[in-house]
Write a protein that binds this ligand. Structure first.
Ligand SMILES: *Cc1c(COP(=O)(O)O)cnc(C)c1O
Length: 400
């Protein structure tokens, strides 16, 4: 008998537009709902389940940790926090890490770092450059840094201290900041996720790095979604050969266990002093074990190389299947972070794909976003395309 899923939850707040599906369990890139229907997972819990579901090495490690200690609190050292921090330092070329629990919390810490960086230099009203189409989270500070006006409606007043510029336009950035002594940082996503899978160009990243150096600004790169191997480098900005001063991480870092981190380079690593910042759950033993094991398994199994290889394959297969289709504007992204932009809003593709047994998401109204687990195989990528391409064609044929 099928379990009935109510359209509106009676007791949880009505914050999400949900599909009438409840997922029960998963294996690799495959998940099942409570009625036994199976789905191919090209969403990974929104770029979170790096290692897919029920990973044969991650699960026993977490079970072991659960039996030892889940949470201890920051009055005490957490040995795996040092192990994970050392690893993130090694992979990023930066120097110190602050652990928290979510993406917005990592970004909130980055904003506080930038403001204190300014205050320490005698700037009373520090300003941070942010971008059109940016998404940094739902707290008041990170929402203020976010571009999408729809998300902000009803929650004003927003925080002051942000200057907004278009992506990939160095002249616009120079013009917007010219003669402004209050600018302390530039804050960007290497590939905007919620904004519609919009990559910053390599050349632009280099230009911003140079401009930040010239002006003694912090270059802060939100790698919450595009980081942790998804694009085929540990961090997406590494394709430009640059190193930021501040880098918030979260989503894929713990392969499903809530975790966030702010990685800082020498310019930002010592801004926070005891008492300046903190969080109860941040860096707890369960989350740290998840982070350590996720990275260990990624390295051992070559999952970054897999993300690059399968990502290229997926993109190639999508390009081939959608070649010449009227209404497909662009296929973009890198590695296993891909977007297919249509010429019209396509929210319906989300639910129709789920009906057809494929989990994905639609972002920025008209961009179909694929962010599968990094363990995806080429055969599974082909399966994604075999479900998705006909669905897109049907959708576009109907509405035009
Ligand atoms: C998801 C996301 C966030 C917010 O992360 P939460 O864990 O939902 O708070 C911030 N920045 C980027 C780029 C994201 O994709």
């Amino acid at each position: 008998m099928s379990a009935f899923i109510e359209a509106a939850s009676p007791h949880t707040m009505n914050t999400y537009g949900r599909l009438p599906i409840a997922l029960s369990h998963g294996q690799g890139c495959r998940v099942w709902d409570i009625n036994g229907k199976s789905y191919l997972d090209a969403l990974a819990g929104i770029a979170v389940n790096t290692l897919g579901h029920n990973h044969p090495e991650l699960v026993p490690a977490l079970q072991d940790q659960l039996g030892k200690m889940i949470h201890s609190c920051n009055y005490f050292h957490v040995p795996n926090a040092e192990v994970l921090a050392a690893k993130l330092v090694e992979l990023s070329g930066m120097t110190n890490v602050f652990f928290c629990c979510t993406g917005l919390e990592a970004n909130e810490a980055a904003i506080k770092l930038a403001r204190k960086f300014g205050h320490d230099k005698g700037i009373d009203k520090p300003e941070i450059v942010v971008y059109e189409k940016a998404f940094h989270g739902r707290s008041i500070a990170t929402l203020s840094a976010t571009a999408n006006e729809k998300l902000k409606t009803g929650f004003g007043p927003m925080l002051e201290g942000f200057v907004r510029v278009p992506v990939n336009d160095i002249e616009a950035l120079k013009k917007a900041t010219q003669g402004n002594p209050n600018v302390v940082a530039v804050f960007m996503e290497t590939i905007q996720g919620e904004g519609g899978v919009n990559p910053m160009r390599v050349e632009y990243l280099k230009q911003v790095r140079a401009l930040c150096d010239q002006n003694d600004w912090l270059m802060m790169i939100d790698e919450v979604q595009c980081g942790m191997g998804r694009t085929g480098k540990w961090f997406a900005h590494q394709w430009a050969g640059i190193v930021p001063d501040v880098m918030p991480l979260a989503k894929g870092l713990g392969s499903g266990v809530p975790i966030g981190a702010v990685v800082a380079g020498p310019k930002a690593a010592h801004i926070f002093q005891p008492g300046n910042h903190g969080t109860t759950f941040g860096g707890n033993p369960l989350a740290m074990r998840a982070g350590v094991e996720t990275i260990r398994i990624m390295e051992k199994d070559g999952l970054m190389a897999n993300a690059a290889k399968v990502g290229d394959h997926l993109r190639g297969a999508l390009e081939k299947a959608l070649a010449g289709v009227q209404g497909v504007k662009e296929i973009r992204g890198q590695g296993l972070m891909l977007g297919v932009e249509l010429d019209r809003p396509c929210g319906a593709v989300w639910s129709r794909a789920a009906e057809a047994g494929l989990l994905l998401s639609v972002t920025a109204d008209s961009v179909i976003r694929l962010v599968p687990p990094l363990i995806m195989t080429e055969a599974e990528a082909d399966e994604v395309v075999s479900i998705l391409a006909p669905l897109i064609k049907t959708f576009l044929a109907e509405k035009s």
